[in-house]
Design a protein around this ligand. Structure first.
Ligand SMILES: *Cc1c(COP(=O)(O)O)cnc(C)c1O
Length: 168
C-alpha cells in the first residue's frame, strides 16, 4: 500500500458493501481508479472528480441494464473483448481457461464486459495523467490531504452520536 501509484477498486456498482483497503491506499497517496461503488463514492466526495479516475456504470445504470443483459452480444460485437476471451480458450502458455471464458460469455455476473470499454479508457487516461508528473503528484497529494475524514476517531464519534446515542 505505501508503494502503490494506483488503487484499482473495480467492483460492479452496487456489489461492494464498503471497502476500507481503498482508504488505506488513498492515505498513502495512491490515486483511485474505480467504479462508483462502496467507499469509492465517499473518496470521490472527499477528493473531487479531478483527483480520482471513475469508470463504469453507476448503480442506477446497472439496475436498468441487468434484467436484459446478454454478454454474448458484447462478445460478438467488440473485437478487443472477443480476442481476449478467445485467447483464454486457445490457451495461454499451454493453459486453457474455458470456465472463465464460458462464464463471461454466458453469465458475466459482474457485468465486466459491459464496463470494459470504460475501464480501458480509464486506464488510458491514468497513463496520460501519470506522464504529467506535476499533475500526478498533485492528484496524489490531494488524496493524502483529504483522507482525514476516514479516521477511526471520526467514524467512532459518528457512531457514538448517531447510532449508539452515547454521551462522553
Ligand atoms: C483493510 C483490510 C482488508 C479489507 O480490504 P478491502 O479492500 O476493503 O476489502 C482486508 N484484509 C486486511 C488485512 C486489511 O488490512
Amino acid at each position: 500500500m505505501p508503494a502503490a501509484n494506483i488503487s484499482e477498486q473495480i467492483s460492479l456498482a452496487g456489489t461492494e458493501a464498503s471497502g476500507t483497503g481503498n482508504m488505506k491506499l488513498m492515505i498513502n497517496g495512491a490515486v483511485t481508479l474505480g467504479t462508483m461503488d462502496g467507499a469509492n463514492v465517499e473518496i470521490h466526495d472527499a477528493v473531487g472528480s479531478d483527483n480520482i479516475i471513475i469508470f463504469g456504470m453507476n448503480v442506477d445504470e446497472v439496475n436498468a441494464a441487468k434484467p436484459s443483459y446478454q454478454p454474448i452480444n458484447i462478445y460478438n460485437s467488440n473485437p478487443v473483448i472477443k480476442a481476449a476471451i478467445d485467447r483464454m480458450q486457445f490457451g495461454i502458455n499451454g493453459e486453457v481457461f474455458n470456465e472463465i471464458a464460458d462464464s463471461l460469455k454466458t453469465q458475466d455476473t459482474y457485468m465486466a464486459l459491459a464496463d470494459f470499454d470504460s475501464y480501458k479508457n480509464a486506464q488510458k487516461y491514468a497513463s496520460e495523467c501519470y506522464r504529467d508528473q506535476h499533475k500526478w503528484n498533485r492528484m496524489s497529494l490531494m488524496n493524502t490531504a483529504n483522507a482525514g475524514i476516514f479516521s477511526a476517531d471520526r467514524s467512532v464519534e459518528d457512531y457514538a452520536r448517531d447510532i449508539w446515542h452515547l454521551t462522553k
